[in-house]
Structures are given as C-alpha cells and as structure tokens.
Ligand binder design. Structure first.
Ligand code: SAM
Length: 244
C-alpha cells in the first residue's frame, strides 16, 4: 500500500512512521509513505502557503496553487490513486472504511490542511473528504497518521498474528473482550479462573460474553448493527438480567 501525504509539516508524519509497527511495515515493504512538503510547490520568493481570507475574518487560508502544483507533480506518474481531503466536515473515518481501503485501494493521497482551512477550490480535485471525528485539530497530520495506521495494521503480514486484527473492537461488530497477562493476582485483582483452565470452548464463550457485556455497557448503539447469533442473543439476555 502506498500513501502519499501533502502537508506543510512533513516531520510530523516521518517521526511517527519511524517507530514500532509502522516502521516494520515500511521495512517489510507492506507500506510506503511518500511525504510531500506543500511549501516545495510554491513559486514565490517567500514560499508562502497561506493567505488572508477574502471577505475578512479570523485566520489564514491554505492557498490553492501549491496544492494543485503538488498534485500535478505527483500524478505525472499516471498511476491511479484515491485523493482524500482531510477535513472535520468529511465522512467520519471508521474501522469499516479502514477495511475497505486495505482491501480495495493500492495508492491513497492524503491532503492535510492547516490554518483556518483550505481554499475551497482544492475540493474540486479530491475524490473524498474524511474526518477522524467531531472535533477540530490544528492540522490534518494527525488525521493522516490515524488513517495510515488503521489501514496498515490490516494489511497482510503487518501484525505478527493476523487474529489480532480479526478479533478486535468493531471488526466483529462488538467491542473487544478484556485481556489479562501475568501476574495471576495483582493488588487483590485476580485473573478470571476460566482463562487459567485451558478449556478453549469455555474461554471462547467467556470472551464472547464479556465482549457483549462491554458493548452493552459502553456502546449499546453497536448492538443494533452487530451480527448476533442465537447463542449471542441468549448470552445478551443473561447479561441484561445480571446487570439489573
Ligand atoms: N475551519 C475548519 C472547520 O471548521 O472545518 C477547521 C480547520 S482546522 C483548524 C485545520 C485543518 O486541520 C483542516 O483543514 C483539516 O485538514 C485538519 N483537521 C482538523 N480537524 C480534523 C478532523 N477532525 N478530521 C480531519 N481533519 C481535520
């Protein structure tokens, strides 16, 4: 998977990608991230990427010329890519969009805005607008990294054990079940006995039950959309009785 990021702060992107799983994904060739500094595509002496808003008002606006120049430069290769504008007004990014990208896309261009926003004409050269949530950040670099990270960990061979991604929150339609590691007892809190017994059928059932319980408590809205089996429905009824 190739991501291309247009930003005025390339170092933010590069710093995150130089550590941990993202670094290993790059080393293994599963991920490539080409970062382009929008400032390199300015044509004036001051390399200015922002300007005052027409009509007045607070803040500066990211100029269209360097962004158009950068896209035209990148697209000289003639390759297909999905151009994504990062903006708080976009479709809200989710695990299912990450799965769709990991499955269908080979090359994604992410445009990170800054300042009060971008010149409206930049919208005309994008395929899609994505937000990472209903809040406003100072720039699109964190949203770009959120998307790169969430997609990359779904690519084959990136996580040591592919079951890690398959069993997680949202992938199954539910939140994840609780996890424990050593010691068995910590400050009076014991690991549930079922996890120590080695009976895989009982462990699977306990995990499913606790995933249902956590979802019911913390994100009951997910249960309406989740694909629940008859056994799940029974477990859910039991949990509801226990919780009352
Ligand atoms: N005035 C804009 C608005 O109200 O929609 C916010 C601009 S924000 C300060 C600057 C840049 O940060 C945006 O152009 C966008 O690229 C990025 N950004 C901020 N919050 C974001 C979010 N929740 N999702 C995606 N991008 C975001």
């Amino acid at each position: 998977m190739v991501f291309e990021v247009l930003t005025i702060f390339p170092a933010i992107i590069e710093a995150y990608l130089s550590e941990s799983i993202m670094r290993r994904a790059v080393e293994r060739g599963a991920l490539r991230v080409d970062v382009y500094n929008i400032r390199d595509f300015t044509t004036d002496r001051h390399r200015q990427v922002d300007d005052y808003p027409y009509g007045g008002g607070a803040g500066m606006v990211l100029k269209p010329e360097p962004v158009f120049n950068a896209i035209e430069h990148i697209e000289r290769d003639g390759l297909e890519r999905r151009r994504v504008l990062l903006t708080p007004g976009g479709r809200v990014f989710s695990q299912s969009i990450a799965e769709e990208y990991a499955r269908q896309e080979r090359r994604i261009l992410l445009i990170a805005g800054r300042y009060e926003g971008i010149d409206e004409r930049i919208r005309t050269v994008t395929d899609e607008e994505l937000s990472i949530g209903d809040y406003v950040l100072t720039g699109g670099e964190l949203p770009a990294l959120v998307i790169i990270d969430a997609v990359t960990r779904l690519l084959p061979g990136v996580l040591g054990d592919s079951r890690s991604a398959e069993e997680e929150s949202f992938t199954t339609g539910l939140l994840d079940h609780p996890h424990y590691t050593r010691p068995v007892e910590f400050r009076g809190m014991r690991v549930p006995e079922v996890l120590l017994g080695g009976n895989h059928r009982l462990i699977r059932r306990w995990r499913r039950r606790e995933a249902l319980r956590r979802t019911l408590r913390q994100r009951p809205d997910l249960l309406d959309k989740a694909d629940l089996s008859e056994e799940d429905q029974e477990l859910l009824e039991e949990i509801k009785e226990e919780e009352e």
